[in-house]
Ligand binder design. Structure first.
Ligand SMILES: Cc1ncc(COP(=O)(O)O)c(C=O)c1O
Length: 448
């Protein structure tokens, strides 16, 4: 029986979400729309099968086709990321955080030191985050050694050292990173983040890691698609290990990929199973295989180029409206706005934009002094808009709407959050923008 008949309640919720996605502009940089082919593969019978183990070495029978699928995935990934002959792939980690944990389990021991980017400056939770509730962060200290609240398991198991971006330029300060690495002698150095709009010098980072005897892991969760398309530079063959998610710019359904030298991948495979997970989500691997197949086509290169063009164009437009951008702009698919001095902060602005039909997220900014639940920044991205077929002309319109919503919403920031939302909802111009968004979305529906 089809879902509509068997469970109308869930069917209705899914339809509502489908309408929301079709009629709003998703500007969350970690999201994307996947092709119908990817979704068909994810919804396939592969979800029924248990396949603990690796190709030709499974713990259960009946995995002939799972093996065939996973081999195809790995071959396509090798081709897409131009893997050196002595590198290999793991495609079983269930998500980006799990992929990172698998690497740590494979190459570190409890009590070892990991060094990653400070989370408020754009780093990720899974790179060793912890904090203090009773102490304000010290913006003058270029290094952060963690707090008492060990919110991520990585900070419970390992010693963590976090480097910050340069307070003036808000980009990596390689000299400072080298000094920190020299002082703390980490076992693993990590780059990559959720809100870092600039490219990373992977060669420089590898040199630093080598000098201090550390392994170097590049987490390219966000920019994987841009790297695959050759639009951003690649750490493959430079870093010791590369991890990524498949569901952001790579547009291949949910999951993760780990790339490394064959000897390291062997350890990572053991960390994934039996270390951390049970059976892989074969249906997600089917989606990833289809998505990577799409990424190998010339049209994906065009897509990735346009993602960056759109982000750069929108960054320029936002600057014309007086928005201050972290690092002054972007090299990628994401833009981070510093709202300090704008009369409104991330929580209120993100909600006002959502009411107007533009879905973004509040975000911390470098040197953040406010809380992550009500931070000073707003993060925007162009992957989904570009998947819909939007180009510079539409970025201009959307940037104008963002500026207008900001001006309207900041009049109401003295109100509590409930009353603020009511005021924004009832504002005549916000209603007009909302209609404009719906009309724009109709012109650029999500299609296969
Ligand atoms: C840099 C980075 N690493 C890891 C992850 C974790 O990915 P997941 O949400 O799939 O666990 C993210 C997610 O946003 C990320 O940005």
């Amino acid at each position: 029986m089809k879902l509509k008949q068997s469970d109308p309640q869930v069917f209705k919720i899914i339809k509502k979400e489908e309408r929301r996605q079709q009629s709003k502009l998703s500007m969350i940089p970690s999201e994307n729309f996947f092709s119908i082919a990817v979704r068909e593969a994810v919804g396939s019978v592969f979800m029924h099968k248990y396949a603990e183990g690796n190709i030709n070495a499974r713990y259960y029978e009946g995995n002939q086709h799972v093996d065939e699928l996973e081999s195809l995935a790995i071959n396509r990934i090798k081709k897409l990321f131009k893997l050196p002959g002595d590198w290999d792939v793991n495609v079983q980690a269930l998500a980006g955080s799990n992929a990172n944990l698998s690497v740590y389990l494979a190459v570190l021991s409890p009590g070892d030191t990991m060094m990653g980017m400070y989370l408020p400056d754009g780093g990720h939770l899974s790179h060793g985050w912890s904090y203090d509730t009773d102490k304000k962060p010290d913006p003058d200290n270029p290094v952060y050694l963690g707090g008492k609240k060990k919110v991520n398991i990585t900070s419970k198991i390992f010693k963590t050292v976090q480097y910050k971006t340069n307070p003036e330029t808000q980009v990596f300060d390689y000299k400072e990173i080298e000094k920190i690495a020299n002082k703390y002698k980490p076992n693993l150095i990590i780059t990559g983040g959720t809100a870092y709009p600039r490219e990373i010098d992977y060669k420089r980072m590898k040199t630093i890691a080598k000098k201090v005897g550390a392994l170097y892991m590049a987490d390219i969760a966000h920019e994987a698609g841009l790297i695959a398309a050759g639009v951003n530079r690649s750490p493959v063959g430079i870093a010791d290990i590369v991890t990524m998610t498949t569901h952001k710019t790579l547009r291949s359904g949910r999951g993760a990929i780990i790339l490394a030298h064959k000897d390291i991948i062997k350890k990572i495979n053991r960390a994934v199973l039996p270390g951390l997970q049970g059976g892989p989500f074969n249906n997600n691997i089917a989606g990833i295989t289809v998505g990577i197949g799409e990424a190998l086509k010339p049209s994906f290169k065009m897509y990735a180029k346009q993602v960056v063009k759109n982000a750069k164009y929108m960054a320029g437009e936002l600057k014309k409206y007086g928005f201050e951008l972290v690092s002054g702009g972007t090299d990628k698919h994401l833009i981070l706005i510093n709202l300090t001095g704008k009369g409104i902060f991330g929580k209120y602005l993100a909600r006002a934009l959502d009411i107007a039909g533009i879905v973004a997220n509040m975000n911390t900014i470098p040197g953040e002094q406010r809380s992550p639940a009500d931070p000073s920044g707003l993060r925007l991205g162009t992957p989904t808009l570009t998947t819909r077929g939007m180009k510079e002309k539409e970025m201009k319109i959307i940037a104008g709407w963002i500026a207008e919503v900001t001006e309207i919403a900041k009049k109401y920031t003295q109100l509590d959050f409930e009353k603020f939302q009511q005021k924004v909802k009832n504002d005549g111009r916000i209603k007009e923008i909302c209609r404009g968004v719906i009309s724009l979305c109709r012109h650029f529906p999500f299609k296969d």
